[in-house]
Design a protein around this ligand. Structure first.
Ligand code: ADP
Length: 483
């Protein structure tokens, strides 16, 4: 190929513009990592201009106005652009992303409406710029309508005749269940009965995207295999089996610059592998900040960070902690999510004053201080496509105690193995969580063994370069029409 490969990369969120979870981390890093490869593809990213984006922090330049067809009359899209880490980023605004609209709403019909609009606007943008992508790379159900549109309403459009499609699944169970009417309102057809998809999935964005994609990947090899099972396949395992040759797992990397305990501005005491003892000072500061018992800094500090939702098993963490409440530890739970689970987390902290602190909010600074000061972090996910929390924690010398599932199993080496970096348990159940915590608490009593775990974790190579190279290979295989 004489010209650089061109990739149109679509995402609902991307750091540093807007981040709700791991997808924001990935989209905020992968495009630049791709461009940094020796082959240097050109990646242009498109994200919505969410209300949550602080426009004054970025130099946004107006690019173009677009008109997106809708059954009640066209809707205008306003496109801005900026450059972030050398990547051209387009931000699409318009009435569907107007005042008060959250990045994700619990109502998938409402989200279906705004993300169908966004997906179509992203394709129209490429046309308006006369920038013909070799690859459309969509993420999750939100931008899957772009993949579907390319194979349906744009099927005969010569502009996209050479464009291949890759769809990355960051979280399979989120299918965009109720979004069908929104697709229809934007003129997007449903799949045919004989398409190979199960009948219940014919109107859902993620399945439609899977159908359209030339290659499908998810964010760890472990989860790619699990997606083919009844337990983790969300009902699509049969369909995915028929696409097995086009399905692969590429482990997420981590932005090593954004997550670096050596320069993290949120830490009073920055540190690296050779000055790991400074973590103690961070821990002391953190205990003060959280109003936890300060004297026993020798007691391990156990943390949880993340969405408080069923997937993440924070209920399991809460019950597990309750089972070992009489052992010497202090704890902190940071997250937001389902009201009932948030209430359980608050209730346990109320029962254990001075021992456990629960913080219900999204707080990047506090999360960083926890990674840098806590001794261990619970990651009891029921399923985990990749998970970044355990990787960030290891990089900050905080030892993960996690379920052996999906990307967690792919990234954590159990303490019983040579080069161990954490503690794994089989299933997200309170008893197993408690047993793994006990194992960790016991190892903590042996400072040399604990230090080895921390150092092994800090030595892991979570850089994006290897994974970006794999993405590039997949792009190329799509263009060659390889299976
Ligand atoms: P998810 O399934 O939510 O994407 P990941 O483990 O892949 O889970 O990534 C979660 C990311 O969000 C991490 O960067 C983590 O630090 C961050 N995060 C989650 N909840 C919070 C919170 N309440 N405050 C600050 N950061 C959070």
């Amino acid at each position: 190929m004489s010209e650089k490969l061109k990739v149109l990369f679509l995402s609902a969120e991307a750091a540093p513009f807007v981040k709700v979870g791991g997808l924001g981390d990935v989209s905020g890093t992968l495009p630049a990592a791709l461009q940094a490869l020796p082959e240097a593809p050109e990646v242009r990213m498109v994200i919505p201009l969410h209300v949550a984006i602080d426009r004054s922090s970025f130099r946004l330049e107006k690019v173009v106005d677009l008109s997106i067809p809708h059954k009640d009359g066209p809707i205008s899209a306003e496109v801005f652009s900026t450059v972030q880490d050398g990547v051209t980023v387009y931000l699409i605004g318009g009435a569907p992303f107007g005042t008060d609209v959250p990045v994700y709403s619990p109502d998938t019909l409402a989200d279906g409406y705004k993300y169908s609009f966004f997906s179509l606007a992203a394709l129209e943008l490429a046309k308006a710029l006369d920038w013909q992508p070799d690859i459309l790379h969509a993420q999750d159900w939100h931008t899957a309508p772009a993949a579907h549109a390319m194979r349906t309403v744009y099927r005969d459009d010569p502009f996209f005749s050479r464009t291949g499609i890759m769809l990355t699944v960051h979280n399979l169970p989120y299918l965009g269940e109720k979004a069908g009417p929104a697709l229809a309102a934007f003129g997007l057809p449903f799949a045919e009965k004989n398409s190979g998809l199960p009948k219940w999935a014919l109107q859902m964005p993620l399945p439609l995207g899977l159908l359209a994609a030339d290659k499908i990947n998810t964010v760890s090899p472990g989860y790619a295999a699990e997606m083919l099972t009844k337990q983790h396949g969300s009902g699509l395992q049969g369909f995915l089996k028929t696409r097995e040759r086009d399905l692969l797992g590429i482990l997420n990397g981590l932005d090593l610059e954004r997550w670096d305990p050596g320069v993290d501005g949120q830490l009073r005491f920055t540190f690296d592998r050779d000055s790991i003892e400074k973590r103690k000072k961070n821990k002391h500061e953190l205990l003060k900040e959280l109003g936890l018992d300060e004297n026993p800094t020798e007691m391990p500090l156990i943390a949880y960070i993340g969405r408080m939702e069923g997937q993440k098993g924070v209920d399991v963490a809460i019950k597990g902690l309750h089972k070992i409440k009489n052992l010497p530890w202090t704890g902190v739970l940071l997250g937001t999510g389902v009201a009932k689970i948030e209430a359980q987390a608050v209730a346990l902290a109320t029962k254990l004053p001075g021992k456990l602190s629960t913080v219900i909010r999204y707080d990047d600074g506090l999360a960083r201080r926890i990674y840098a000061g806590a001794d261990m972090i619970m990651v009891p996910s029921r399923y985990e496509p990749c998970g970044l929390i355990q990787m960030i924690a290891m990089r900050y010398g905080c030892v993960p105690v996690a379920t052996a599932t999906g990307g967690l199993r792919d990234t954590i080496i159990d303490a019983a193995q040579p080069g161990g970096t954490g503690f794994l348990f089989n299933e997200a159940r309170p008893r197993q969580m408690a047993a793994a915590l006990k194992r960790a608490l016991q190892t903590y009593q042996d400072p040399a063994a604990w230090l080895a775990l921390q150092q092994n974790g800090m030595k892991q190579d979570f850089s994006w370069a290897k994974s970006a190279q794999k993405y590039y290979q997949v792009y190329k295989s799509i263009l060659k029409g390889e299976n």
